[in-house]
Structure formats: C-alpha cells, structure tokens
Ligand binder design. Structure first.
Ligand SMILES: Cc1cc2nc3c(=O)[nH]c(=O)nc-3n(C[C@H](O)[C@H](O)[C@H](O)COP(=O)(O)O)c2cc1C
Length: 325
C-alpha cells in the first residue's frame, strides 16, 4: 500500500505531519517521535525579532483539548537561520518552515531568510495566530491576504503553504479567504507556477478562553487563547470539506487538515473530506508516540477500503444516505 503524498511537488513518505509549535523549534519532538516514520514536521512559527511570548499561564488543559496563548515565543529569524538552519538537512522527514509576522514586509523578510535554509521543503505562512494582537488580521481579510501571499510568492522560490484561520467561518467565509490565498497578487511563479499558495493548511486553533470560577478570574494571562484538540476536529473537517468541494478540487490544490487528529480515524476523516495530508499537534501532548502509529492505521484502513493507494481516497466521502418517511 502506497502511503506517499505528492504535496505541491514535495514528496512525503506518508501524510502525517507534526503541526507548527507543537514539536519544538525544529525537531526536538524527535526524541519522542520516530521522525523517519512520519511524513513531515512544521517548525515553530518564526518572526523577524525574537519574542519571549506571553507570561504564564499560557497553556491549559481543557475538557476536549487544550488552550494555548503562547504568543509566538520564538528565537527570531536570525538565530533560527544561524543556529537551527544547519540541522534541517539531517531531519529524516520533510521540514516546513513556519513564518509569522505583523506586516507584509516582515513576512517577506522572514520568508526570504527562511528559504535560504538548505534542505527546507516548503514555507508555511501562519496568518491565523489568535494569541497575539493582530495575529489573525491577514487570515480574515481576503484583500490583505492576497497582497501578503503575492508578496511572499514573489520573494521565495519554495512551495508555499498558507495556514488559514477557522474564524473565517463567519464572514467573509472560508471559501473567499481560501481563494485569496490561492490567487495571491504575485507573478505566477514558484515551482508550481502559481500566483499564490501551492497548498492550504486548514486550520489553526479557534479563539477561546477559560475562567476559574472559584477565584472568579480569567485563567490565561493573555485573557484569550486558541482551542486545539478533539473539540476542533469536526469544525476543521467541515472547513476542509467546503474548501475541497468548492475550490481546491477544481484547481488541483492539496489541503492539509489540522485540528484534533489523535489517531488514524481522525486522519482518515480528513482524507475522505478532501485533505491529502494531516497535521497533529495536541496529540503530541497526550502521547507523542501516537503520531508514528497513524500511518499504519491508515494503511490498514485503505486496504479495507480496497484502494490501490491512499491518495485514491482523498475527497471520496459520500453524501448522506437519506431515510425517507
Ligand atoms: C502549544 C501550541 C503551540 C502552537 N504554536 C503554533 C505556532 O507557532 N504556529 C502555528 O501556525 N500554529 C501553532 N499552533 C497550532 C497548531 O499548529 C495546530 O494548528 C492546532 O493546534 C490544531 O491542531 P491540533 O488540534 O492537532 O493541535 C500551536 C498549538 C499549540 C497547542
């Protein structure tokens, strides 16, 4: 059974990717996850300047997942390229460099520097961080996103993945935001000749909060954070399905499903909904060994479904059976 995935020209050995910010700056999760058994890893989101992030509490358990308000803590692009960059080539799976920022020029500067790292497979633009002021601005404004993606597209020769926000679920709506990311405003360029994104990650955490009722106090120092984990899965599944049906299939753009994947069943649901690959984040906090078990589960599932290769099952979910009367 062939589990490999062609993701905008990048070949992954299987569709399992460790999500941004949950596996360390690069591959520190490799101490606990066998990285040669998964498809890829996304770096922590890197900004132009180093950031200490928010004070504690910035991670809390929740009933159906976890809340985080890390606040984009990271070492900054200069230190990343100098100290972490040389290790990228040795990581035994595809490495996606996550880029975050607060202005178009900042994203471009960080992406350009990130793209110089030898062995990096692709850039993932984080336009959907709910834990910093202005972190989701680009993710919910199609005009701003088009300009941002176009500018980064023009600046970097690597495949470009744009990680959308689930809060585009209201207006203007995920389809409009996905189209903005794909259209971009750049010159048709990059390895796939597209003016915007080569792939979409759907999606990031959803804005949320927690209150300690005994003390009558907000629990996260940042007041608000992002909810991840199982509670997010059905929400992200719907977004993947909508974007797949209305945009991505027609344009042959791969989707990476993210949100609440704890095991192979959750990954399989994303694949049926239209995702070519999946990311796992919160699962690593539950048990990091889960990630390396997902490919085996998917293999057995695809065989039971009678598929020749896993990719054949992407987007094949059937419409509901209607029971009359
Ligand atoms: C502790 C923590 C840190 C995160 N940091 C980042 C980050 O730096 N950049 C980013 O794009 N997403 C970040 N995320 C979001 C995850 O990459 C992922 O999109 C989200 O958690 C949903 O997937 P999950 O339910 O499997 O965790 C973070 C999530 C958590 C829990």
């Amino acid at each position: 059974m062939d589990l490999s995935v062609n993701l905008a020209g990048i070949t992954l050995r299987n569709p399992v990717i460790l999500a941004a910010g949950t596996a360390g700056t690069l591959d520190e999760a490799g101490d606990l996850v066998n990285l040669s058994r998964i498809g890829g890893v996304v770096t922590k989101s890197i900004t132009r300047e180093p950031r200490a992030g928010n004070p504690t509490w910035r991670i809390l358990p929740e009933r159906a997942g976890m809340l985080n308000a890390i606040g984009l803590a990271n070492m900054g692009i200069e230190a990343f390229v100098r100290d972490v960059g040389p290790r990228v080539r040795d990581v035994p799976c595809a490495v996606f460099g996550s880029v975050a920022g607060f202005a178009v020029s900042e994203y471009v500067e960080v992406a350009r520097a990130m793209a110089t790292v030898p062995g990096l497979a692709a850039i993932e633009l984080n336009v959907s961080c709910p834990n910093v002021h202005g972190g989701t601005e680009f993710g919910v404004d199609p005009g701003a996103l088009r300009e941002l993606v176009g500018a980064v597209r023009d600046a970097v020769p690597l495949p470009l993945v744009v990680k959308l926000s689930p809060i585009a679920v209201g207006l203007p709506g995920i389809v409009e935001v996905a189209c903005a990311a794909l259209d971009g405003a750049g010159r048709p360029a990059g390895p796939n000749g597209r003016p915007g994104a080569d792939a979409l990650t759907i999606s990031n955490t959803i804005p949320a909060m927690a209150i300690d009722v005994k003390q009558g106090r907000v629990r996260l120092s940042n007041r608000f954070g992002g909810l991840s984990g199982p509670a997010l899965h059905p929400i992200a599944l719907r977004l993947v399905h909508i974007v797949s049906r209305q945009v991505a299939r027609e344009r042959a753009v791969p989707i990476i499903g993210a949100g609440g994947v704890l095991g192979w069943r959750d990954a399989a649901a994303f694949i049926l909904a239209g995702a070519s690959a999946v990311q796992m984040g919160t699962a690593l906090f539950v048990n990091p060994k889960r990630a390396a078990r997902v490919p085996g589960g998917l293999r057995r599932w695809a065989i039971r479904r009678g598929a020749a290769k896993l990719e054949d099952l992407v987007g094949t979910v059937q419409d509901p059976e209607r029971i009359e009367g």
